[in-house]
Design a protein around this ligand. Structure first.
Ligand SMILES: [Zn+2]
Length: 301
């Protein structure tokens, strides 16, 4: 889009949503975007309610096409798309005003993209996408969106699903650990499975939800470390079984020297768990934060 046209659209109070610029002239709502594969063409769109005189509007477009002002136009369902060729002779506001005059002549109307209503229309947007809706449909969308956001979240169920996921994911850690290795991929498995479990239980990805996942991941990690320790004890002592190990646990964990000997391993384990999980956690945290901030609103144009 030329600087000139951007300026003109700004003057007309058009707003940029994604790659589109949307705005209102008179009673008509337009969206305008750069045609992707073209240097100097714009796609100008508007919604158009069924109209008996639409052929008059199309005759006007035919004339524009003949004069090389537009490349083509089409009507799909109730949406008119025009490929407008930018030129030095006129700015986009002239072009739009001429269209508005023509639509006025045939008493044309925009139409809600969700129902047949042609009155009280506005653009509604959640910041990324937009839609032309009537007051009733717009209010419904806003309420629906807020309801979804405020829906009581079953954190308990989500947490247990996340914990089960983390324990399943810890299996890889235990296997690798049994051979005396650590790997960040095992940490990744724990966090991946935890978030997966949380998602299956339809846990809401809020910041509170992320904290629950992190707790589940830490428990999964501790469980894996404990299991690896058990395997090492089995290798060391012939008669060691799980029950014996569990009974033995309080004794070894109060032995300062023993704890100290574990520290390098635990440190390495935490390092690899961190390397394997922090990306997943950060990414989930970011999308949770975005989701909390998004809201649908009616655009004042
Ligand atoms: Zn509607």
């Amino acid at each position: 889009m030329t600087e000139n046209n951007i300026e003109k659209l700004d003057e007309l109070n058009f707003k940029k949503i994604g790659i589109d610029r949307i705005g209102k002239i008179g009673n008509y709502f337009f969206s305008i975007e750069d045609k992707q594969d073209s240097e100097n063409e714009l796609i100008v769109s508007f919604s158009f309610a069924p109209n008996n005189n639409k052929s008059k509007l199309f005759e006007y477009f035919d004339k524009l096409e003949e004069n090389n002002k537009i490349t083509e136009y089409s009507l799909e369902k109730s949406k008119v798309n025009i490929i407008y060729i930018e030129n030095d002779d006129e700015t986009i506001d002239n072009f739009l005003n001429n269209i508005v005059n023509k639509i006025n002549e045939i008493n044309g109307k925009c139409i809600c993209s969700n129902c047949e209503n042609t009155e009280n229309l506005s653009f509604y947007s959640n910041g990324n996408v937009y839609s032309l809706l009537c007051e009733k449909c717009g209010t419904n969308v806003i309420n629906q969106f807020e309801d979804d956001k405020n829906k009581a979240n079953n954190y308990v169920k989500g947490f247990f699903a996340s914990l089960i996921g983390a324990l399943i994911g810890s299996a890889l850690w235990i296997i690798i650990g049994a051979f005396g290795f650590f790997a960040s991929i095992a940490g990744l498995a724990i966090s991946y499975c935890a978030f997966k479990g949380y998602g299956i239980a339809k846990g809401k990805l809020s910041r509170k939800g992320i904290i629950l996942n992190v707790i589940a991941i830490i428990i999964g990690f501790l469980f894996a470390q404990y299991a690896v320790l058990f395997i090492e004890f089995m290798k060391e002592f012939e008669n060691m079984n799980l029950l014996g190990f569990i009974q033995f646990t309080p004794i070894i964990f109060t032995d300062f020297e023993f704890i100290k000997s574990l520290l390098p391993d635990i440190g390495l384990g935490i390092l690899f768990a961190f390397l394997g999980t922090y990306r997943t956690i950060i990414n989930n945290y970011k999308s949770a934060k975005n989701a909390e901030n998004i809201k649908v609103e009616k655009l004042d144009l």
